[in-house]
Design a protein around this ligand. Structure first.
Ligand code: 5AD
Ligand code: SF4
Length: 489
């Protein structure tokens, strides 16, 4: 189905029950508000979205941006000048929540000073009932609260909020779903970059790693139909997209719950065939589900980038068991060996947690040993954060803060050592680069990304942004390169 033209919608009728038609109806209705606003103020109302957290949230924010743009909002240059502020929240670690409360404190102050402002909160943090309770009592100025399952409903919720404002009433509109099977296709979106995109292939997670809150706030795994995914990417390629990132909490279990099951490798084979698409990335891969079929498809592909994000979380088999990860250190290392045998130049990245309950010095040294043996090109390192409701939160042996801090610094050093050794190996080689932007510090340079996800800066101009060019990596600077473009190679 193609996206609907709002001008063809008859607002004298009741809203349709079916999606996405229902949401287009409410977008058309909300557009009346932005038109009236513009007549009164001489400019359209402006929105500002702050996205916290992961790529999934970043993609959800693109969908929010798309809906608001269709409604007739424009993007504000800053939070201070916005008429509608949205926070798309994350709750994977405690400090993500604290950041949101800090920002809300500032908004409260603005509201108390009498500023006209609409405020909406959505995302993972809203799926926690105690958070919503706290917002209801301490941040009563918030207009709309919705969760991770009903982002698509923004126009409908905004319409209810505007109807209240018409009547000079203020009651928080709260719409949180615990879980859902619903996937609404063909809604608007608005990409940050015209030449690269993120595409959800699945939602939710069934893994219940013992430290992680994601399965509780994002619900059970649901895969999109392969034909919907392919159609979306084809459309994007027509609009100029060269690189796609397929997104899911665990892409390796893609397709298992579909009526006609398909593997992730099977989906990749179809994506590979899309003409005009040059690069394919994906994340995240759970090591327990990474198949030989996937390695084979990657190794034989000209489009799939030589980069795999393969979070290990810990190098201790003892802790991996308690974390409910379903692999041992040895199995992970064997997987790495298989990947390196098939693709010697592949860049591997990881997520690693320090200070999981009961982590001993020996456990931690296993992690350091694993990091040195894998040779990651980079890794996100996290201090364990206790998340209420997860099994790990009830584990008694929390590691003292000073011990965690000291281990964290040692881990960071080990990761950085490996990352610069990995980067150094490519110095002097010739690589294909997708140019992403003009360098903000030195406008005579452009910055692009290699297939393995590393950055390179080289002399160039704005006209090259979005193009694939060939570059010699002259000098390795630890985690990025300086290079020069080669023509006619
Ligand atoms: N504490 C610290 N890190 C966590 N992650 C998930 N839950 C927690 C937690 N409670 C990390 C994992 C995951 C990444 C997205 O966030 O490493 O892979
Ligand atoms: Fe969290 Fe584990 Fe699911 Fe990743 S796979 S989102 S770490 S539960």
């Amino acid at each position: 189905m193609d996206k609907i033209n709002l001008d063809t919608i008859d607002l004298s009728q009741n809203p349709p029950a079916e999606e996405p038609g229902r949401q287009y109806y409410f977008m058309a209705k909300c557009r009346k508000y932005t038109e009236t606003f513009e007549k009164k103020n001489g400019h359209r109302p402006a929105f500002f979205i702050q996205t916290f957290g992961c790529q999934m949230n970043a993609r959800d924010s693109e969908k929010i941006r798309g809906i608001l743009t269709v409604i007739g909002f424009e993007e504000a240059v800053s939070e201070e000048t916005a008429d509608f502020i949205l926070y798309n929240t994350c709750t994977v670690r405690e400090n993500a929540n604290l950041k949101v409360y800090g920002r809300l404190g500032k908004l409260k102050h603005r509201k108390e000073q009498g500023q006209e402002l609409m405020v909406a909160l959505c995302g993972c943090m809203m799926q926690e009932p105690e958070v919503v309770e706290k917002l209801k009592t301490s941040y009563r100025f918030i207009d709309i609260i919705f969760g991770t399952h009903n982002i698509f409903k923004l126009a409908e919720l905004l319409d209810s909020c505007l109807a209240q404002k018409e009547l000079s009433k203020h009651e928080m509109i709260i719409d949180i779903w615990k879980d859902t099977d619903l996937i609404v296709e063909d809604l608007p979106d608005s990409r940050k970059y015209p030449f690269k995109s993120g595409v959800n292939i699945m939602f939710g997670c069934n893994n219940f790693c013992s430290y992680c809150i994601v399965p509780y706030v994002r619900g059970r795994e649901r895969s999109r139909q392969p034909e919907d995914i392919i159609r979306e990417i084809r459309r994007q390629v027509k609009d100029g997209v060269k690189e796609v990132m397929l997104l899911g909490q665990n892409v390796n279990s893609y397709g298992k719950n579909l009526e006609q099951p398909i593997t992730f490798a099977g989906l990749l084979r179809q994506v590979e065939k899309i003409e005009g698409l040059e690069r394919i990335r994906f994340m995240t891969s759970h090591p327990k589900d990474l198949s030989d079929e996937l390695i084979e498809v990657m190794a034989n592909s000209k489009k799939i980038c030589r980069h795999l994000h393969l979070p290990v979380q810990s190098g201790s088999s003892r802790l991996l068991k308690i974390m409910n990860r379903h692999y041992t250190k040895e199995q992970y290392l064997q997987l790495v060996e298989k990947l390196r045998n098939a693709m010697p130049d592949i860049a591997l990245t990881s997520d690693i947690i320090v200070g999981f309950p009961g982590e001993t010095e020996e456990d931690f040294e296993e992690t350091l040993d694993l990091v040195r043996r894998v040779g990651y090109s980079s890794a996100f390192t996290f201090i364990y954060s206790k998340r209420t409701g997860t099994p790990a939160a009830a584990m008694k042996e929390q590691v003292p803060e000073d011990v965690v801090k000291e281990r964290f610094d040692r881990l960071l050093n080990a990761v950085q050592e490996q990352a610069s050794a990995f980067a150094k190996k490519a110095e002097g080689t010739i690589r294909e680069v997708l140019v992403e932007e003009v360098n903000s510090h030195d406008p005579s340079l452009v910055t692009g990304r290699l297939g393995n996800n590393m950055l390179v800066h080289f002399p160039g101009c704005a006209a090259e942004v979005g193009k694939l060019v060939t570059v010699k990596l002259e000098e390795c600077k630890g985690f990025y390169y300086y290079g020069h473009e080669l023509t006619g190679v």
